[in-house]
Write a protein that binds this ligand. Structure first.
Ligand code: SAH
Length: 269
């Protein structure tokens, strides 16, 4: 496993007369152990197609290319694309697409997502792939540590983000990764997360699920009975009966409910 050193990254950037862009969230991976952990978690097989968002210098891309049948790498920064084309020119199984990962129309039916993404697109990228007609088999992402913790939380630390991701998938933290594993070092620590979409599609309408969850979390510090009755315009007696039927105490807060509780509530709405 080889990766670019800071000196090499600097030399490549200099050759192209450019600098790491803050607005593009460019923090390149420079740590072998972290790279190894991402690749290991991704569990790439010889017949896999991998979609990578934000390949940057191509550090991850090169490792993925060694294992996968095909890698589709979507990079927004034009200068970065030029550098990548040079670095990956002998790798014919890698397809580099210049564009916004959030707008990429993935028409693959079977694929895996692996990415060290810019942190500002974490939630929308996860959402995009989980809501896709054909979600990926697995998603291994480098994300901000706190976001990883929020996504994988359990009661009593649930949030809309946790409930939304866990509605579609199983999410786990693979490892924490410190700032020093990137150049330039970001301001925050990171974590590698693995998201595995549930095999079975939800049996309730997705829209209804999110209406109930959003209503429950409308004022996270307030009790469920208040949030649900105000947001769903129902009287308190009705809400009390609805909650009790699902073994939920009306005085509980939304953060104490797990995904199954929200599904039960949606089913009996
Ligand atoms: N994966 C590389 C680079 C990480 S930096 C590594 O691990 O070293 C994040 C990369 O995402 C940068 O190359 C940046 O240009 C790219 N990027 C930023 N916004 C993007 C978007 N909306 N779509 C695709 N790529 C994006």
């Amino acid at each position: 496993m080889n990766l670019f050193s800071v000196t090499e990254i600097k030399a490549i950037l200099e050759k192209y007369n450019t600098h790491p862009s803050k607005t593009m969230g460019q923090n390149f991976l420079i740590d072998k152990t972290a790279l190894h952990k991402v690749i290991e978690a991704a569990d790439i097989r010889g017949n896999d197609t991998v979609v990578e968002i934000g390949p940057g210098m191509g550090t991850l891309t090169l490792e993925l290319a060694k294992k996968a049948k095909k890698v589709i790498a979507i990079e927004k920064d034009r200068a970065m694309v030029e550098m990548l084309q040079e670095t990956l020119k002998t790798h014919t199984t890698v397809k580099i697409i210049q564009g916004d990962g959030l707008r990429y129309e993935c028409n693959l039916k079977k694929y895996k997502v692996v990415a060290n993404i810019p942190y500002y697109i974490t939630s929308p990228i996860i959402r995009k792939f989980l809501e896709a007609k054909y979600p990926p088999e697995t998603m291994v992402l480098m994300v901000q540590k706190e976001v990883a913790q929020r996504i994988t939380a359990s009661p009593p630390h649930m949030s809309i983000l946790a409930a939304s991701v866990q509605f579609y998938a199983k999410a786990q933290i693979i490892s924490y990764v410190s700032k020093g594993c990137f150049w330039p070092a970001p301001n925050v620590d990171s974590a590698i997360i693995k998201i595995v979409p549930h095999q079975d599609k939800p049996t309730i309408p997705t829209d209804d699920f999110f209406i109930v969850v959003k209503a429950g979390f409308s004022h996270p510090r307030k009790q469920l009975i208040n949030n649900l009755s105000v947001s769903l315009k129902k009287n308190k007696k009705e809400v009390q009966a609805w909650l009790s039927k699902n073994n939920i105490n009306p005085l509980q807060r939304a953060e104490t409910l797990n995904v199954q509780d929200w599904i039960n509530l949606t089913k009996s709405l």
